[in-house]
Design a binder for this molecule. Sequence first.
Ligand SMILES: [Zn+2]
Length: 302
Amino acid sequence: MLLSKFQIDLVDSELIRDKFAGTYILNSNNEVAIIEVSTSHAVPTILKRLEELNIPKESVKYLFITHIHLDHAGGAGTLLKELPRAKLVVQPSGAKHMVDPTKLILGANAVYGEEVVKKDYGVITPVDQSRIISCSDNQVFNIGGRELTTIFTPGHARHHISIYDSISNGIFTGDSFGLTYPELNIEGRRFYQPTTTPTAFEYDKMVESIDKMMAFNPKLLFFTHYGFSDSPKDVEYQIKKRLDDYVDLVKFNTENLELRLGQYYINECSNFGIKLSSENILKLFEIDIKLNSMGLILWKNR
Ligand SMILES: [Zn+2]
């Protein structure tokens, strides 16, 4: 399998549903980097997977989070308690919120509602300042000869980073290059959509960041939500097109946006050849419809 050829392992966080969010484990000569944690609920699964891969906890050198939204970073503090040598690599403006997650939790409560945060997003453990590396753009991290380069990729969030891997010639894109759900797959071609989650979505920055990543000439893109693509150009085409479509949806008014965005996904999926019922498409995009609408309205009104 392609991932094992590059010593990359993908662990399903089982957040919300199967294959919605994941964690990547990268190995090189017995040094390990983990990219993304999801929530504290995923920590036992990640630890079990390390054990299955015969990776001692001491071998984990870095834990990268692409940004501090809870579906990527919520479990970071909990996981770091289990990994004695690992340092957390995070963009400087995200770092303080990992040390003191108060604002992060309040922000999540505002977006998802307190009940949902309590149920789905687990325990948020503060990270000790001494465990944090505030990275810079284009900083290279080495694990066993494998080079991982941070790329600042704002647009989804101001403090978003992506990570370029020298071995696979792939980029771990977090939420900066859209999402893809395994259910939306037709004859091997996958459907991709941008994510404009509140509160910091910026159209221009997202497009610039996509161009910046494409300048690395990646052969692979690894998505937190969920899986990978070996056709970055197809992903770029789909994401840029749908990003422009989103903008068209809010250009003249923001009324009934959730309804219109839902209908948009139904039409796009049908044009793509996906044979799911409208009801199932709306269910699959339930969170995206809500969050993307909120983010687009905030961006439009700014
Ligand atoms: Zn996310």
